[in-house]
Each structure stands twice: as structure tokens, then as C-alpha cells.
Design a protein around this ligand. Structure first.
Ligand code: UD1
Length: 334
């Protein structure tokens, strides 16, 4: 079975390509390298001893996407490509709506024309907004707090409408909680350009002394130690969730939604302490004001994904901390 992976050289996309190749799928990657590096292709090959086909094209470019479908008989698409920085999306909403919606519509139109009916979409727990209850179940009300999140929710709505109109389509929407960690080889991981926005990439830069100190955004939340609680999931577990989703996708028609999380919440300080312990390194921090838009706590009810597609996260917070650091130590530019 041949799978087209858009954004396949990104953080989650690259780990998913490894799992697909290791499970015997043929992989075709489309990535415009806007937030990824071509070196990742070599790393995927080094880990799997297989070289996926690669196209350096933009998913918004319909003619180019058509060519990829004509040259390769694509059976299913996993769509990761998209902009994902929350703060930037607030400053430049049109850029986010144009890119994230256009790329998805283009792909879906080409898929229809080329008779490809299997689609797995990278959504986010951000679509649950500020949940009234925890843990979060898939049927909770949806809302968003920023344009990035709104692009995810709008795409979910488009997919729901498409599924009603086109009974041939098989669509799985995966709502990710907070992916961190890296491949245990140290070859793949997350290394954002510039100053990181997210917690784990910031912690590792403080640990390597590239940044002086972590700012902990608020210690007066309604959580066990006052700092924000999130459901951190190892990126390799998350990648494996896509294989389970694909297996389901090809054996049903319609649309389904699954949380990909562990079901356990850890606070900012839990993560800092575990990181310090497992890596034997200091992460100096100071408590600062809350970051606008942040919520107290967010963690998944992972039950539906377990019952319906057999997905269960296996790696713990220690593995996530160890591998995130290991990756940066191996890939640090001195
Ligand atoms: C955010 C986005 C989410 C997106 C995810 C990954 C929202 C509300 N959240 O999740 O959609 O999928 O990033 O890109 O849109 N923190 C600090 N100091 C820091 C950084 C973070 O204390 O320097 C805290 C935050 O307040 C939060 C926790 O760490 O409590 C996790 O933050 P982060 O890694 O940015 O992820 P989210 O905000 O949960």
C-alpha cells in the first residue's frame, strides 16, 4: 500500500514515515521544506534502510500535486503539512487561513479526481478550547482561541461535510495532545528555528545553556502545583497511532475522530523536575505571568482510540525527557 505523507520531513511527519516504512508501507513524501530540512530524508533512510520517494513541492500547488498522484498510485494520504505556531497565527491570520485551508482543499480535490478515498488528518486537542471537564472525550464541545486552532477546526468541519456528500470517503481525524520526545537513535527530533514557543524545546535549550532560563507561565492555575498541566505524548507513540488510524481508515467508510494522548497530565514543574533527574542537568527557571490564552489543564480520555483502533501510548515521561535531550545533544550547532 502506497501512502502519501504531506509534511513528511517535519517533527511528527518524519517519525510517522519511519513507522510506516518499518510496517511495510510504501511512502511518498511531499514537503516544501518551509519548516524542515532535507537532511531528515537521509535520517529516515539511515533508520529504516529504505528511501522514501520525495517531492519538494507545496501542497497548495494543484498541478504539482496532480503530477504526484499521476506518477504514483496513491492509496491513502496522511496530511501533516501546515503552519502551526499559535502566536504567529494571531499576528498573521490570513497567512494561516490561506495556507492551511488551501493545501487541504487542494489535496482533497485532487484525491477525488484521482479516486483516492483514504484520508488521515493531523488535528489538535486545541479544538477542545477550554474544556469544561477532564479527561477530554471526542464528543466534547469544540471551540478555539486562536487562528491556528481555528484552521484545524475549520478543516474538521470541511471533512465532516465531505464525508456526508461523498460516501466513498474514509476519513480519520487525529487530535494530538502535546507531542514531545524524539527517535531513540537521536537522528530525528524537534529543533525549531529561533526561540522556541513550546515547553520542551525551550527546556532543552536551557539545559544546553543556549538560553539562560525557562519562564514558567503562571503558578496560580487550578492544578496540583499551580503550573499548567498537559498530556505529553512521546512522538514515537504518536507516530504509531497513525498506523492504527490507517488500518482503520481502509476498512470503513465515513469519518471518525480519535484523541491521541496518554490520559495522564503532568505540570510544567513535573516536566522540569523529571528532565533534570533523568538527564542529570539543571534547568533554571523563574515564575512569570500567565501566557494569554493558556488553560489550567488539558488531558485526554484515550479510551476510544484504545477500544476502536487498539492504540495505547507506551512510553513514559522519562523516555520523553531523555530522548528530547539526547536529540539536541547530538544535533546541536556549536
Ligand atoms: C500549544 C497549542 C497547541 C499546539 C501545541 C504544539 C494552544 C492553546 N496550544 O499547546 O494548539 O498543538 O502548542 O504546538 O493553542 N510553558 C511555560 N513556559 C514556556 C512554554 C510553555 O511555562 O516557555 C507552559 C505553558 O503555559 C503550558 C505548558 O507549558 O502550561 C505547555 O505549553 P506548550 O508546550 O506551548 O503547549 P500548549 O500551549 O499546551
Amino acid at each position: 500500500m502506497k501512502v502519501l505523507v504531506t509534511g513528511g520531513l517535519g517533527f511528527i511527519g518524519s517519525h510517522t514515515c519511519v513507522e510506516l516504512l518499518n510496517s511495510g508501507y510504501e511512502v511518498v513524501i511531499v514537503d516544501n521544506l518551509s519548516n524542515s530540512s532535507i537532511d531528515v530524508l537521509e535520517k529516515i533512510e539511515e533508520i529504516t534502510s529504505k528511501r522514501p520517494k520525495f517531492y519538494d513541492i507545496d501542497v497548495c500547488d494543484k498541478e504539482e500535486v496532480k503530477k504526484v498522484f499521476r506518477v504514483n498510485k496513491i492509496d491513502a494520504v496522511i496530511h501533516f503539512a501546515g503552519y502551526k505556531a499559535v502566536g504567529e497565527s494571531v499576528r498573521e491570520p490570513l497567512k494561516y487561513y490561506r495556507n492551511n485551508l488551501d493545501s487541504t482543499l487542494t489535496l482533497l480535490e485532487v484525491m477525488k479526481k484521482e479516486n483516492c478515498h483514504n484520508f488521515v488528518f493531523s488535528s489538535s486537542a486545541t479544538v477542545y478550547g477550554n474544556p469544561k471537564e477532564l479527561p477530554i472525550k471526542e464528543d466534547f464541545p469544540l471551540s478555539t482561541t486562536n487562528p491556528y486552532g481555528t484552521t484545524k477546526l475549520m478543516i474538521e468541519r470541511i471533512l465532516a461535510d465531505l464525508s456526508k456528500a461523498d460516501k466513498e470517503m474514509s476519513i480519520i481525524v487525529l487530535r494530538y495532545f502535546n507531542p514531545i520526545g524524539a527517535h531513540k537513535s537521536g537522528l530525528l527530533g524537534e529543533n525549531p528555528r529561533g526561540i522556541p514557543n513550546n515547553l520542551m524545546p525551550y527546556i532543552v535549550r536551557v539545559a544546553t545553556k543556549e538560553l539562560e532560563m525557562l519562564s514558567v507561565f503562571g503558578n496560580d492555575y487550578d492544578t496540583h502545583d499551580g503550573t499548567g498541566v498537559r498530556d505529553y505524548i512521546h512522538v514515537v507513540d504518536l507516530a504509531k497511532g497513525h498506523i492504527k488510524a490507517l488500518e482503520k481508515c481502509v476498512r470503513f467508510k465515513g469519518i471518525e475522530y480519535y484523541n491521541l494522548g496518554t490520559g495522564t497530565g503532568y505540570s510544567v514543574l513535573d516536566l522540569v523536575k523529571t528532565f533534570e533527574e533523568v538527564n542529570n542537568v539543571k534547568v533554571p527557571y523563574k515564575i512569570v505571568d500567565r501566557r494569554p490564552g493558556d488553560i489550567d489543564a488539558c488531558y485526554a480520555d484515550p479510551g476510544k482510540a484504545y477500544e476502536e483502533i487498539g492504540f495505547k501510548a507506551e512510553l513514559g515521561i522519562e523516555d520523553m525527557c531523555r530522548e528530547s535531550y539526547n536529540y539536541i545533544l547530538k544535533n546541536k550547532s556549536d
